[in-house]
Design a protein around this ligand. Structure first.
Ligand SMILES: Cc1cc2nc3c(=O)[nH]c(=O)nc-3n(C[C@H](O)[C@H](O)[C@H](O)COP(=O)(O)OP(=O)(O)OC[C@H]3O[C@@H](n4cnc5c(N)ncnc54)[C@H](O)[C@@H]3O)c2cc1C
Length: 504
């Protein structure tokens, strides 16, 4: 009987999955690149510096009690030897073979180094709960210091309690803008404009779906109160068409736009030293694509892992939960985490709780209906590329501008994003297309007249080495003994219960 499980990611989905699987009898290794659990949603200050923070139920984060509950149960599972935590570790490669999977890991900057022999982790089953990252669109001036991804701004405020500027403009689309603006205002930053590219009336098109999630409506009401208290101006159908400044951001031009994103009227200038852009999120799929899991395009144009109703992926032994299956928010993520874990337990141990799984499936379906309404209300305007100028950088790593992408398509006959990538090099640099991938696919699609397909997008996520890695890590593989194929229920030795702190 197989019992070992590796959970990659300790955000809402991964935490719920690890805790559930351990409580149902699996032996779990949970791995996260972060130095502590929580993922993006429950990002919080460093626990060694604020040790009581992670146990304090009165903390103002949304759904913090849920986090405290999961953390407490995880600690208990660690103490009885059912869970091993590997934090500050990034999985850079995952290989399927024999009776399970081998995960190659590397310590992240700032974490303790890992001896070569301990870098590989094996398990019979894997739950991928790798979350998402910020989706960005280029605009003239977006490379100036002071311009940041909205998620990055949120991380500085939540984890480091730093106010990253004095006067902020928050722009893009989606409810996440409200959360970022509210967080900035509470941190003492003057938020001079929140610019939503779409009309709020778009929400009215699916009122029932929105009403299905009363928790979200309450969150919205809370943000409205914060906006009123801090007098934050909210402008719908408005975008930033340019960031001004010499050495850093000094202001922005704001324009009203029509439903397609075409500017109407004259832009107005607003002074700001912080500009936070959020255009939704992109699921983090490197490991899923490495494993060759079947993928599909979601309603927001993102590539996601294609799963069955119980969260099994197309490869036996692999399950996926959270934003890697589609962007839907934290509640959906932790519900999916529990469902994926219960399915894993049913497959591995034969013990099932069918009624509980049915309930979880229904909860996920409700959350997905809300997510569809959210995506329909928060679309990237189809003609956003009008905001670009020929010399606007699209790929910051390789310094490829909009004109070079147009030239690759028009003059060099590149047919799809992958072709353009090998021709003009966008997406070939340090971030491997994580920042420019969506913009690139969208620009190429517009020029070729073809909406992008799974086959065109998947190669942009394909990396045999998932993260930038020192060559020494790969060289060390030659010297390290390969971990034994997992064969018994406890094939991977667990660290002693007492030696498993929340940090590596
Ligand atoms: C930057 C950012 C900030 C966000 N802030 C908010 C917010 O304030 N409010 C809100 O409602 N929603 C926020 N979201 C949306 C949010 O991601 C989700 O709703 C929720 O956190 C999703 O949970 P998850 O478990 O699916 O993924 P996540 O919370 O993203 O957790 C995934 C975890 O997997 C880990 N991971 C990924 N790949 C690897 C790997 N190869 N090796 C090891 N570890 C890996 C990551 O370190 C991360 O901790 C944010 C998203 C982003 C990208």
């Amino acid at each position: 009987m197989t019992r070992t499980l590796a959970v990659i990611g300790a955000g809402p989905a991964g935490l719920a999955a690890a805790v559930t699987a351990a409580e149902q009898g699996m032996t779990v290794t949970v791995i996260d690149a972060g130095l502590q659990s929580g993922g993006q949603f429950w990002r919080h200050p460093s626990e060694p510096h604020l040790p009581h923070f992670a146990r304090d139920e009165s903390v103002g984060h949304h759904h913090w009690r849920r986090f405290v509950d999961l953390r407490t149960r995880l600690d208990a599972a660690v103490a009885r030897g059912a869970v091993r935590r590997l934090y500050g570790r990034q999985v850079w490669q995952i290989l399927a073979g024999g009776t399970g999977f081998v995960l190659h890991t590397a310590a992240v900057a700032g974490a303790d180094p890992v001896p070569p022999a301990e870098r590989a982790v094996s398990a019979e089953r894997v739950i991928l709960a790798t979350g998402a990252y910020d989706r960005q669109l280029p605009v003239p001036g977006w490379t100036l210091p002071g311009v940041m991804a909205a998620g990055g701004v949120q991380a500085l405020v939540k984890a480091h309690q730093i106010a990253p500027g004095r006067r902020a403009v928050v722009a893009g689309t989606g409810p996440f803008l409200l959360s970022v603006a509210a967080g900035l205002a509470e941190a003492g930053v003057e938020v001079v404009a929140v610019c939503e590219a779409n009309s709020l009336l778009r929400w009215a098109r699916r009122p029932l779906h929105a009403a299905l999630e009363p928790g979200k409506l309450l969150e919205g009401a809370e943000y409205a109160r914060t906006f009123l208290r801090h007098r934050i101006p909210f402008r719908s159908r408005t975008i930033v068409t340019r960031v001004h400044g010499e050495d850093r951001a000094e202001g922005v031009s704001l324009s009203r736009v029509d439903t397609r994103g075409r500017a109407t009227g004259e832009p107005t200038r607003v002074d700001a030293d912080l500009v936070a852009f959020g255009w939704g999120f992109t699921p983090q799929l490197e490991l899923a694509v490495q494993l060759g899991l079947r993928t599909r395009l979601d309603v927001d144009g993102s590539l996601v892992v294609d799963i069955d109703a119980d969260h099994r992926a197309s490869l036996s032994g692999v399950y996926v939960a959270g934003e890697a299956t589609g962007i839907g928010g934290a509640v959906q993520s932790w519900t999916e985490g529990e469902l994926a874990a219960r399915t894993t337990v049913a497959d591995a141990l034969g013990t099932d709780a069918p009624a509980r799984r049915r309930g979880l499936r229904r909860r996920v379906a409700r959350a997905r209906a809300f997510a569809r309404a959210m995506h329909a209300a928060s679309v990237v305007p189809t003609e956003w590329s009008r905001w670009l100028e020929p010399d606007t950088l699209v790929c910051r790593c390789e310094e490829v501008d909009a004109a070079a992408i147009a030239e690759a398509v028009d003059d060099q006959r590149a047919e799809d994003p992958r072709d353009v990538r090998v021709t003009a090099r966008p997406g070939m640099g340090w971030c491997q297309g994580r920042v420019c991938g969506f913009a690139l696919a969208s620009l190429v699609g517009e020029r070729t007249g073809c909406r992008w397909s799974t086959a065109q997008i998947e190669p942009l996520h394909k990396r045999s080495i998932g993260i930038p890695l020192p060559l020494g890590e790969i060289a060390a593989l030659a010297g390290a003994s390969t971990p034994p194929e997992p064969e018994s229920p406890h094939a991977h030795a667990l660290a002693p219960a007492t030696a498993a702190p929340d940090r590596p």
